[in-house]
Design a protein around this ligand. Structure first.
Ligand code: FUB
Length: 327
């Protein structure tokens, strides 16, 4: 299957339907001389583009709306504009993005615009109390907005085991908890304020439960534990939390009855693609469900030069997502 965008490298696609079109908010990958490592330093992105299309037919054109935000415009950022997401509320569009602050610690920022394609003006400081990477927003039917986030290893989630506001530098790097009976670290969620620019309540850790025990997935269960790339969507009244398993390269999901979880592990959405990372979003468009994701086919396997793709996904009668193979 051909990538949606071929004139740039793009990754981590967050797709939303705004004003009847599909808007895609991806990372913008670029070439670098930085040495590859398991901390992800080679993912050295410096700006964001927004894309849109009014059809997901493979032949339909995708419009590149150009650069909508860049490192130099964001006072608190030092480097690494990683996976973004966007939301619409009260007539405004909000772009959420993770980046390292001047101390090298990942925080989450927000930028505001009047149009889905931007431009976006960043707030001068990151969201108070935010940390780690991969923000994904979800606005529930009652209008309450939530942001999901977190990522292990280079994403620094494991540095917050002593509390949401305690960064433990000892855990920096490609590390995570392990050992018999140790629970995996959960992704995080916070309610957003009505103006969408701050957390409205304390950050919560989400539980992803193993169906066979009803207990949280174990840290050593790398085929199923949360690694990064949080996404939340609703299908038939249930909340589906999906994510990447990182070093085992699956897109997986769990199902729950509340935006806070717990989510019971439901299976895989996508088998491993070409490239180390896998990251996605799920959106309903014109009555069908679509998985936006990325792989490294266009760059012939260069891990940090990725390309966005889309494929249709299906649910079975019980509401389980049918596992897809990469194309
Ligand atoms: O694009 C940089 C990082 O790679 C993202 O934040 C992760 O989810 C992974 O895709």
């Amino acid at each position: 299957m051909a990538p949606l965008i071929t004139h740039l490298y793009t990754a981590d696609p967050s797709a939303h339907v705004f004003e009847g079109k599909v808007y895609i908010y991806p990372s913008h990958d670029r070439e670098t001389d930085i040495q590859f490592n398991d901390n992800g330093d080679q993912y050295d992105m410096a700006d964001y583009h927004v894309f849109s299309t009014d059809s997901l037919d493979p032949a339909a054109p995708v419009t590149d709306h150009g650069v909508v935000l860049k490192t130099e415009d964001i006072p608190w950022v030092s480097k690494q504009l990683w996976a973004p997401d966007a939301a619409f509320k009260n007539g405004k569009y909000y772009l959420y993005f993770p980046a390292r602050d001047k101390e090298g610690i990942f925080r989450i920022g927000v930028a505001v615009g009047d149009r889905p394609e931007g431009p976006f003006t960043p707030d001068p400081e990151p969201i108070k109390g935010s940390y780690s990477i991969d923000p994904a927003t979800f606005v529930d039917d009652d209008g309450q907005a939530y942001v999901y986030f977190g990522g292990l290893w280079g994403g620094q989630l494991q540095c917050y085991q002593k509390g949401h506001d305690v960064f433990d530098a000892e855990w920096q790097g490609p590390k995570e908890p392990s050992g018999a009976g140790v629970h995996a670290l959960g992704p995080r969620v916070a309610k957003l304020t009505d103006d969408m620019r701050q957390f409205a309540a304390e950050v919560q850790e989400i539980k992803i439960l193993a169906p066979e025990t009803g207990e949280p997935i174990l840290a050593d269960d790398h085929d199923r534990r949360f690694f990064e790339a949080a996404w939340l969507h609703k299908y038939n009244g249930k909340y589906y939390f999906s994510y990447s398993t990182g070093d085992t390269h699956y897109l997986a999901y769990g199902v729950g009855d509340s935006p806070y979880g717990p989510f019971t592990y439901g299976g895989r959405i996508l088998e491993p693609v070409l490239g180390w990372t896998t990251h996605h979003s799920i959106v309903e468009f014109q009555g069908r469900w679509w998985l936006f994701h990325h792989d490294c086919e266009l760059s012939k396997g260069v891990n940090h030069l990725r390309s966005v793709k889309v494929k249709e996904i299906f649910y079975d009668k019980e509401g389980k997502i049918v596992t897809e193979k990469p194309e």
